[in-house]
Design a protein around this ligand. Structure first.
Ligand SMILES: Cc1cc2nc3c(=O)[nH]c(=O)nc-3n(C[C@H](O)[C@H](O)[C@H](O)COP(=O)(O)OP(=O)(O)OC[C@H]3O[C@@H](n4cnc5c(N)ncnc54)[C@H](O)[C@@H]3O)c2cc1C
Length: 416
């Protein structure tokens, strides 16, 4: 019996191609977006890079083979995502946002819905999808059984149509490249204000150019400087009844499965950003004397910090790979390791980049080095994608409390 962390020849090839793409193209993103003062302009500026990602096959990699895609596994995605995020977090985030928007259709859509919505994403256009989960009034209590609270976006049935009203924000990609809406937006809503989410929570696919969708503004974020985080209102937005994925009440399970996908992969993005900080700190330590007689790597405190930083990066990578492998083997049903990876790698990334900052010293706080920018990016990882407090509470604490919880299931390779 063997346990094998070696990459297959195909995975090694993917890793190499992603690394070359990141070095040749994504490394340019920071300087291209720098002159633009608004998030809207910065987002528009990354469109050519996203097109390159499409040309390189990363968009169709999200799509099942039956709908023209290449259905890349979560593990393969993680191998590539680490390389991409090492160079830039914005363009990969646009791809992740598109993946989020498509997950409900991929996992829960009917054949007719998949036929209608997925094939365009297997083509050569730089299409964006979005996942409108978070509300301006909050996202953490989307599943409360108090019907007067929770999701306040409502879909009312009117003949053959759903009529949607509500306010969302942080809808990554929701604006589309030009402010006129993404190709499609998967909107989390309730179908009846009198019913709890278990009976009323639903996901409805809305083409981004449907009348009634307004991009109110763009949130200017500390990091992820070229990620579009728009505030979007839905006012009497009408779509055919056939655009609902599943039935009212299925929204609970759709949310769960959608975040299962991103959780495992975000670990890889965290590893990529940590590597960027390590690479800089390591090169700095080897080459800079800081007006002393020897490069600072010769000092024990600097060397030990580098060892600790590198050790933690290695641990996060293999934990990510394990979670992604389990995601693939359970067809996305794993409820434990992916969320643990998301929490562990994201909180670790803040500690690791902080250590890189301490190691490089005061220059790391200014604009002479990339470390401050990396810190701004990693501070996002614990608070987005459901927020780590929410992930602990809704997914992992809830799992531990279940009577049938088996602490060894994830590690023993028993597949649910
Ligand atoms: C760059 C970026 C991209 C994003 N992309 C998307 C996207 O594409 N789509 C999308 O829908 N969202 C997106 N988000 C939003 C993100 O997923 C949110 O972080 C998430 O919805 C939940 O945030 P929150 O836990 O802070 O919720 P809030 O509701 O704002 O909660 C605030 C705080 O209160 C605590 N709290 C609230 N209620 C409880 C409770 N009952 N028990 C204990 N603690 C509680 C929470 O844990 C949290 O600490 C994005 C965010 C960022 C920064």
């Amino acid at each position: 019996m063997a346990i094998d962390f070696d990459l297959s020849p195909e995975q090694a090839g993917l890793q190499k191609a992603a690394r070359t793409f990141a070095d040749d193209r994504l490394a340019l993103v920071e300087s291209v977006i720098a002159p633009f003062p608004t998030p809207q302009e910065r987002f528009a500026a990354i469109k050519p890079f996203y097109q390159d990602m499409v040309d390189a096959g990363f968009l169709k990699a999200l799509i099942p083979v039956e709908y023209g895609g290449t259905a890349m596994t979560s593990l393969d995605f993680a191998v590539a995502a680490e390389e991409l995020a090492r160079a830039d977090v914005n363009v990969p985030s646009a791809l992740l946002g598109t993946g989020l928007g498509l997950q409900p259709i991929i996992h829960f859509g009917t054949t007719e819905q998949k036929d209608r919505f997925l094939p365009p994403f297997s083509g050569s256009a730089p299409l964006l999808a979005a996942w409108a989960f978070t509300e301006t009034a909050g996202g953490a209590n989307f599943d409360t059984t108090d019907t007067s609270a929770g999701v306040q976006t409502f879909a009312r049935r009117d003949g053959d149509e759903w009529v949607i009203n509500g306010d969302k924000h942080f809808t990554t990609n929701g604006s589309g490249w030009d402010g006129n809406g993404a190709e499609l937006i998967s909107v989390l809503c309730r179908t009846d204000p009198a019913l709890p989410p278990q009976e009323s929570l639903a996901v409805i696919v809305v083409p981004g150019d449907t009348p009634g969708i307004t991009v109110e503004s763009y949130i200017d974020t500390m990091g992820h400087r070229a990620t579009a985080s728009p505030r979007i209102t839905f006012t009497d937005v009408r779509v055919p009844v056939g655009n609902m994925i599943g039935n009212p009440g299925d929204g609970m399970e759709i949310v769960r499965r959608t975040f299962n996908w991103t959780s495992a992969i975000i670990g890889a993005a965290c590893v990529g950003r940590m590597r960027a900080a390590f690479d800089y700190a390591y090169a700095f330590a080897k080459s800079d004397n800081r007006s002393g007689p020897v490069p600072i790597i010769d000092y024990q405190n600097v060397g030990y910090m580098l060892v600790d930083i590198k050790t933690r990066i290695e641990a996060a990578r293999y934990f990510t790979w394990k979670a992604c492998d389990l995601y693939d083997k359970t067809d996305g049903a794993d409820e434990e390791l992916g969320h643990m990876v998301k929490i562990y790698a994201s909180e670790l990334s803040v500690q690791v980049v902080y250590d890189a900052m301490r190691l490089v010293g005061v220059n790391a706080y200014g604009d002479q080095t990339p470390i401050a920018g990396i810190m701004e990016d990693v501070l996002c990882f614990p608070v987005y994608d459901g927020g780590n407090m929410g992930v602990r509470r809704r997914q992992l604490h809830a799992l531990l409390k279940r009577p049938d919880y088996d602490p060894m299931q994830s590690s023993s390779g028993v597949h649910v």
